[in-house]
Ligand binder design. Structure first.
Ligand SMILES: Nc1ncnc2c1ncn2[C@@H]1O[C@H](COP(=O)(O)OP(=O)(O)O)[C@@H](O)[C@H]1O
Ligand SMILES: [Mg+2]
Length: 253
């Protein structure tokens, strides 16, 4: 069992009900500082809901969320992002007509603690320009800075999501299926990218690609029907009979 002081972000007896249906049903989950922690499990297991609860986008029905031992259960997503816990954006939140770099800048401006009216707009734009350019470079799409987001190939759109997240310099990055829908080549690139992002951060990774999990993750939590089914190293959980059953039981893909 992980002691409280090692846990950077934790869920304690979390229940999340949607109209009486328990998407999360008493989840305990602790992520050690500096680790890459995978959350796997069949569709509908509650993985995205858990990321939502941790990041403040989804209010828990009961239970507690802590970040570095501070109770953040009732904080909203903006406050939690300011504490350094950032959930990656989905493609649907990208502005299609804005360029790649404008998309990163828009996200930075929206989340900036400074009210942008307080600094001269031109200067604010310069500050964000540097941060946004370096985030694009970190995910390898700096050559597409002026390309409208809608014109980016699928893999580059997913890279832009990551750039938007890392531009905010998170301590904890929550990634929801970053390789979903990608071809083999983009999956390899994304695994390498997450590996390099993770060097300086704590990462929670919801992922179906088990190669990515094996490659990147220090610890794996298996969710099924809103409950933690197993937790351990990749090798420990993949040999667990309940895990095999959950995956082969007809709900996995
Ligand atoms: N906003 C919502 N309203 C109603 N039901 C939801 C909502 N979000 C998720 N659920 C339900 O909660 C369960 C868990 O969903 P989710 O966390 O998205 O699972 P996963 O990410 O593991 O596939 C599913 O049955 C889903 O239909
Ligand atoms: Mg999901």
């Amino acid at each position: 069992m992980v002691t409280t002081s090692q846990v950077l972000i934790g869920a304690h007896d979390i229940v999340k009900s949607f109209a009486g249906f328990r998407a999360l049903d008493g989840v305990n989950f602790g992520v050690r500082e500096g680790s890459v922690h995978a959350v796997i499990g069949p569709n509908g297991a509650g993985k995205s809901t858990l990321l939502g609860v941790l990041s403040g986008f989804v209010p828990a029905t009961s239970g507690q969320v802590t970040i570095a031992d501070v109770d953040t259960t009732r904080l909203d997503a903006a406050s939690i992002a300011r504490m350094g816990v950032v959930r990656s954006f989905q493609i649907s939140s990208i502005f299609p007509h804005a360029s790649a770099i404008e998309n990163v800048k828009i996200a930075l401006q929206a989340r900036s603690r400074l009210s942008w009216q307080m600094i001269a707009p031109a200067r604010a734009s310069d500050v964000f320009d540097v941060a946004a350019a370096s985030a694009l470079a970190a995910v390898g799409i700096e050559g597409d800075r002026a390309t409208p987001a809608a014109n980016l190939a699928y893999g580059k759109k997913r890279a832009l999501e990551l750039a938007i997240a890392i531009a905010q310099e998170p301590k904890v990055l929550l990634l929801d299926e970053p390789t979903a829908g990608m071809g083999a080549e983009d999956i390899e690139k994304t695994i390498a990218l997450i590996g390099s992002i993770a060097r300086a951060r704590t990462v929670v990774l919801v992922e179906h690609n088990l190669r990515a999990v094996e490659h990147l993750c220090d610890r794996v939590t298996v969710l099924a029907r809103g409950k933690v089914l197993a937790e351990g190293s990749y090798d420990e959980v993949r040999g667990d009979e309940r895990v095999i059953e959950a995956y082969l039981g007809g709900t996995a893909h």
